[in-house]
Design a protein around this ligand. Structure first.
Ligand code: FAD
Ligand code: NAI
Length: 474
């Protein structure tokens, strides 16, 4: 007899595990299946998906270690801290990172127990409609569920004809496990992974060259921020070439040769000891048996959903990286909560226009809402308040004077439309901006709120004041 469930969640990443927890809180009988190859000490697949195993969390651990390494080598002396030239023990850095992954992925299993969610190790696949619900297989086991939440996530897109062995040629999985500092590191794709992983290895001593196909650098960011980021990252030594066309990639025994044409159409070659390919991600629908039950996909291979993550099949929902919208962990989690609450008869909503973006370079880059170029293209009349971190005492105190906060507000109504930050603490500062925009705040609202002194948040405050041309410290 097949196991009977209210809800089966397929995939235990941030979308899936959060959907399972929220559904269990709402009183449903829930199971979540997961089939990744990252085994825990019990030999079971780890929960947490891409984010916890090979994404957000391990990358931020490496970014932190490499940041401290750079500070020790370059910033300590200016503050009177005298140490010798630091050395990096890559094995220990990776062990620390792996320890954090162990702790957090194990923690999700603990949360499942606490919430009485059944964990089903194994690959989930649709079999057929069964009454009001669905019959599925998880591994060898039959399961029947009234509702199914597909949260199968995404995997790295590879270059056609270039085999990723995760040793010489890495995607995100190998990039997070490089066991020695490569002398020359090539990266294809100057997106979020390229910049974050490029920063890690550049700080640790690699010569990093990033080849990017798009003519513009960071086209999704506000153009002002993208320009500032390009300037700062180049000064740090990250060589970024935009507008290139990748040709043949020859993988030798110990090195990789990448032929490409540069932005002027000139043939060039990049020789490297390692290559990271970070050219975006593709949705995971493999082995779901979507076709057999008629689950509709988009042209891009994502599961087609409406604004509330309903698929074309009754009782089947899809969330996170496998559907439209930004491929971000917090977006996946919000969709998980929304779907569980809608299944429980409550209201649920995720505003995809208000999902904050963060790039964890130094300085950090973060934004929410519309960019200046989007407002111009839409013909919206706006005003801008822009304040450099250089004008902030705390930023100077912590040795991080680079960057700025730029606030964009509607010219007539003063409603905040977008906030763009490049600077220390941007990943946390963007939360205030997100709350403000969610609550339809005007720049004057933020300008009239008392911000603690001395904090980096004062730069956001001053940017709000600057929208009305009354900044106090700039
Ligand atoms: P996933 O996390 O991909 O989880 C899906 C899970 O489903 C996987 O574990 C997979 O094994 C499992 N699965 C797939 N098919 C089946 C099946 N049929 N049966 C059973 N299980 C199945 N986002 C951020 O917000 N902040 C960051 O800092 C950040 N950093 C990142 C760094 C890197 C290097 C990468 C690669 C990504 C990063 N992301 C970041 C993106 C983030 O990891 C994803 O947006 C997020 O993990 C998506 O969550 P998800 O639940 O939709 O999918
Ligand atoms: P990305 O979409 O951020 O960047 C890919 C880049 O590769 C783009 O600039 C694209 O123009 C370029 N590109 C595509 N094909 C190319 C080719 N053939 N040659 C050269 N360049 C090419 O994708 P990335 O960096 O792989 O990351 C995947 C996703 O993971 C991100 O979009 C993001 O959603 C998520 N992520 C989020 C992070 C965060 O929130 N801090 C960190 C890392 C990843």
């Amino acid at each position: 007899m097949a196991q009977q469930l209210d809800i089966l969640v397929i995939g235990g990443g941030p979308g899936g595990y959060v959907a399972a927890i929220r559904a269990a809180q709402l009183g449903f009988k829930v199971a979540c299946c997961e089939s990744n190859p990252y085994a825990d000490p019990k030999g079971e697949p780890r929960l947490g998906g891409t984010c916890l195993n090979v994404g957000c969390i391990p990358s931020k651990a490496l970014l932190h270690t490499s940041h401290l390494f750079e500070e020790a080598g370059h910033a300590f002396a200016s503050q009177g801290i005298v140490v010798g030239a630091p050395k990096i023990d890559v094995a220990r850095m990776l062990a620390r990172k792996n320890g954090i992954v162990d702790q957090l992925t194990g923690g999700i299993k603990g949360l499942f127990k606490k919430n009485k969610i059944t964990f089903l190790p194994g690959h989930g696949a649709f079999i057929a409609k069964a009454g009001e619900g669905w019959k599925l297989k998880v591994g060898a086991e039959d399961v029947e569920a009234k509702q199914v939440v597909v949260a199968t996530g995404s995997k790295a897109r590879h270059l056609p004809g270039v085999t990723v062995d995760n040793k010489l040629v890495c995607d995100n999985v190998g990039a997070l496990d490089i066991d020695a500092v490569p002398k020359r590191l090539a990266i294809i794709g100057a997106g979020v992974i390229g910049l974050e992983m490029g920063s890690v290895w550049r700080r640790l001593g690699s010569e990093v060259v990033v080849l990017e196909a798009a003519p513009d650098f960071l086209p999704m960011a506000d153009a002002d921020v993208a320009r500032e980021a390009a300037k700062i990252l180049a000064k740090q030594g990250l060589a970024i070439h935009t507008g290139v066309k990748i040709g043949e990639v020859k993988v030798g025994k110990k090195n990789v040769a990448i032929a490409y044409t540069d932005k002027d159409g000139k043939a060039a070659q990049l020789d490297a000891d390692r290559l990271i390919v970070s050219i975006g991600r593709i949705p995971n629908v493999e082995g779901l048996n979507a076709g057999a039950v008629g689950l509709k996909l988009t042209e891009r291979g994502q599961i087609e959903v409406d604004d509330h993550c309903r698929t074309n099949l009754p009782g089947v929902w899809a969330i996170g990286d496998v559907v439209r919208g930004p491929m971000l962990a917090h977006k996946a989690m919000e969709e998980g909560v929304m779907v569980a609450e809608i299944i429980a008869g409550q209201a649920g909503h995720v505003d995809l226009d208000l999902v904050p973006s963060v790039i964890y370079t130094t300085p950090e880059i973060a934004w929410v809402g519309k960019t200046e170029q989007q407002l111009k293209a839409a013909g919206v009349a706006y005003k801008a308040g822009k304040i450099p971190f250089l004008a902030n005492g705390r930023a100077l105190g912590v040795g991080a004077p680079e960057g700025f906060v730029k606030m964009l507000a509607d010219e007539k109504t003063d409603r905040i439309l977008g906030v763009h930050i490049i600077g220390a603490g941007a990943s946390d500062l963007v939360a205030e901006a997100t709350v403000a925009i969610e609550f339809s705040a005007a720049s004057e609202d933020l300008a009239r709120i008392c911000h603690a002194h001395p904090t980096l948040s004062e730069v956001v405050h001053e940017a709000a004041l600057a929208c009305d041309k009354r900044a106090l410290h700039f």
